[in-house]
Design a protein around this ligand. Structure first.
Ligand SMILES: Cc1cc2nc3c(=O)[nH]c(=O)nc-3n(C[C@H](O)[C@H](O)[C@H](O)COP(=O)(O)OP(=O)(O)OC[C@H]3O[C@@H](n4cnc5c(N)ncnc54)[C@H](O)[C@@H]3O)c2cc1C
Length: 526
């Protein structure tokens, strides 16, 4: 596996950091920070060398003169996942997290260097066994799969220990009640028994622990491209901005293997990377992001609207942006849930591509996301059939993707719908189509479109017959992206009539900030 790249600071960058940090010395063998520490400063090495070590004591990388120590948790505030030990006597500059954040805001070149290194280092840590949290639970445990999915979405470095395959893991959970499984071991050794997503997050120091009541200028509900777009523009333009996200920051885009049509990335960019960069950028500007916190109710007020969260917190905001996107549609067949997460999936990432190599795989859906998944899986060595219900893919799919399907040998079946699944213990053997034909398939990926995440809104804002939030003239509102409730806006996939794309979601999120400014600006004196 590739090791993290050791980048270097220029002499003028070191001089600038010296003005904002504290120069210190450390002897060989000294520990600079270790796994489980709550935080650590950014460390720029003036002279000497340090080694980064993982939880198993293995060397990850060494950083020498003009190198620097730190990764994403310097910005996110997460618990420390690795240990740093001095290998050659060091002189270094320690810069406090908050000071570093300010410098990143002010210094474009430093920001480019550090942010790309932090993101790259985090992605490499995620791929490494023995770094981060350990989730101990069996394959068939739904709660184990929930936590694994959460760790993946949160880009948490993690390892999964399966009791059937690992004696130590079996011993660890042998004495536990089934209701206490999975067991999660945190960096530093603390243990949690079947934690909720929120409990795990807070134990790791991820994001914010919100006060019982918070007051902000702009509350953004939903951390996909629309919400993140608004967070970047809101915070950079001086609004006190809080974003709450119910699952993991990044939204649907964060699950996309490769986004080929986002402006500025001619070679494409993975959804994880695009949204990690956006989260980092939003935090750099001072936006606060809190996840997982699920919004459960919106109450309108004259001066401030209140959003109530699942853990009992209330957020009073002068303006609220609804950016809750939409959720994947499920297949209307019996026993679907017993296959989900084992052989039926809603996103195709590296772990799925790995298990699908050399297997018969079905991808269901006629949209671009289905095509992208089918191509990704075929390139990973799977024998892929794409099933969709219309007569011609060109009605719903971009042309370049139809060409790619052919290029990568994906078989396409028009007018095909699945009516039953066959298999045992969640392992799929075949599906039956509505015309009665049985097709042998070991894995199924569903890309059936989405329903808006708006049930929690009740009738507080006007929605269309499918539940999407109405804005502008259709909602009787003055502003283009304003809902039927003044001061409540909607952007991205959740908005009726929006173009369901990353770039449009980001653009709408950014546009809302302008309307919020107009609303909050004091009326001109006459
Ligand atoms: C697999 C896949 C591939 C795609 N590929 C492309 C592509 O190549 N190019 C492209 O332009 N577009 C692509 N798209 C579409 C694009 O990802 C979406 O249009 C975009 O993510 C919409 O952004 P959003 O912020 O409006 O909503 P989402 O991305 O859906 O984000 C909404 C967020 O709100 C959160 N949320 C929901 N309810 C609540 C609540 N009550 N409280 C708190 N949080 C809540 C959700 O957890 C979610 O994180 C793809 C989509 C998928 C699924």
């Amino acid at each position: 596996m590739a090791l993290p790249v050791s980048r270097v600071l220029s002499s003028s960058q070191l001089a600038m950091l010296r003005r904002h940090g504290e120069e210190r010395e450390a002897a060989a063998g000294e520990t600079l920070y270790e796994i489980g520490d709550e935080s650590y400063p950014f460390i720029a090495i003036v002279e000497g060398e340090a080694v980064i070590i993982d939880g198993a004591g293995k060397e990850v990388v060494r950083h020498g003169t003009a190198g620097f120590l730190g990764e994403m948790n310097l910005l996110s505030g997460q618990t420390v996942f690795v240990t740093a030990v001095v290998t050659e006597p060091m002189r270094y500059i320690a810069v406090d997290r908050e000071v570093l954040r300010r410098l990143l805001f002010e210094d474009g070149a430093l920001s480019d260097l550090l942010l790309s290194a932090f993101i790259e280092r985090r992605e490499l840590l995620q791929q490494r066994q023995g770094v981060g949290i350990e989730i101990i639970g069996p394959h068939e445990s739904e709660e184990t799969r929930r936590l694994l999915a959460f760790a993946r979405r949160q880009r948490l470095p993690h390892s999964w220990l399966v009791p059937d395959e690992d004696e130590e893991a079996a011993a660890l959970i042998a004495a536990l009640d089934p209701a206490e499984i999975p067991l999660v071991r945190l960096p530093g050794g603390d243990e949690l028994r079947r934690p909720s997503d929120g409990q795990l997050s807070r134990a790791l120091g991820i994001g914010l622990e919100l006060e019982q009541r918070e007051e902000v200028d702009l509350l953004i509900v939903g951390g996909g491209p629309a919400g993140l777009g608004a967070a970047v523009y809101g915070a950079s333009e001086g609004l006190d901005t809080l974003l709450v996200e119910g699952t993991g920051l990044g939204g649907q885009a964060g699950n996309s293997r490769r986004i080929e049509n986002y402006l500025g990335f001619p070679a494409g960019i993975s959804g994880t990377e695009l949204t990690s960069r956006a989260v980092t950028q939003a935090r750099k500007f001072g936006a606060r992001t809190a996840s997982p916190y699920h919004a459960e109710a919106l109450e309108l007020g004259a001066d401030r609207h209140v959003v109530r969260l699942d853990e009992g917190n209330e957020i009073a905001a002068r303006a609220v942006l609804l950016a809750t996107g939409a959720e994947y549609r499920r297949l209307p067949v019996a026993d679907l849930d017993s296959y989900e997460g084992i052989s039926v999936f809603y996103a195709a990432g590296p772990p799925e591509a790995q298990v699908c190599g050399g297997q018969r795989v079905g991808v269901i859906g006629g949209g671009n996301s289905a095509a992208q998944a089918a191509i990704w899986l075929a390139r990973g060595g799977a024998l892929v059939t794409l099933l969709h219900r219309r007569a011609d893919l060109a009605e719903t799919m971009s042309h370049y993707l139809i060409d790619d399907l052919e290029r990568y040998g994906v078989a396409v079946r028009d007018r095909s719908e699945v009516s039953a699944l066959h298999g045992e213990d969640g392992r799929l053997d075949a599906v039956t189509l509505t015309d009665g034909e049985q097709v042998p398939l070991s894995f199924l990926f569903l890309f059936l479109g989405a329903s808006p995440c708006t049930e929690w809104l009740g009738d507080v804002v006007a929605r269309d017959s499918n539940g999407f939030v109405l804005t502008g003239p259709e909602a009787g509102a003055e502003g283009l992206l304003e809902t039927s409730a003044p001061g409540v806006y909607a952007a991205g996939d959740v908005r009726a009539g929006s173009i369901k794309r990353c770039a449009t979601a980001v653009g709408e999120g950014a546009t809302v900030v302008r309307f919020v400014h107009e609303r909050l600006a004091p009326a001109p004196v006459r």
